[in-house]
Design a protein around this ligand. Structure first.
Ligand SMILES: [Zn+2]
Length: 140
């Protein structure tokens, strides 16, 4: 029987280093094909109530709320948590079964920084977007 290899994650193609957009970024070291799954962002599944409590104490917020009950705290996570927001992103996110999955939106070349459109965020003060895209909305 043939081994399934199509579902293997591509985390080995990503390296974390300083980004021009913000803090750390996730950079591609080997090409990633359009529409392929890059991997899941790991973290700690917690209650949304706990998430909202933690957010108040954190400087860098890496919290994903799935619904009013469950959230993921990705403070201690893998390289996917370093993916910065861009208004012209090359990745997209799927939230499914309390997992945060990242997929390539198009072919991504080695050397490119991975970005995802985080859409509406819950920052109390608006954050200026520094993605540099032509269609940048300006704020997060
Ligand atoms: Zn932007």
């Amino acid at each position: 029987m043939k081994k399934k290899t199509a579902t293997v994650f591509q985390l080995d193609k990503i390296e974390s280093r300083k980004s021009k957009i913000s803090g750390m970024g996730a950079f591609v070291i080997k090409p990633i094909k359009a529409r392929s799954k890059i991997g899941n962002m790991t973290g700690e599944l917690i209650s949304t109530r706990e998430a909202r409590k933690r957010v108040k104490q954190l400087k860098v917020i890496k919290m994903v709320e799935f619904d009013e009950h469950v959230a993921l705290d990705a403070t201690h996570s893998n390289s996917l948590s370093h993916i910065n927001h861009s208004c012209d992103a090359n990745c997209y996110i799927r939230l499914i079964h309390h997992k945060v999955e990242f997929y390539a939106k198009r072919n991504i070349k080695a050397g490119e920084e991975l970005t995802a459109d985080y859409g509406e965020t819950q920052h109390e003060e608006q954050l200026k977007c520094r993605c540099g895209a032509q269609n940048c909305r300006g704020w997060l």
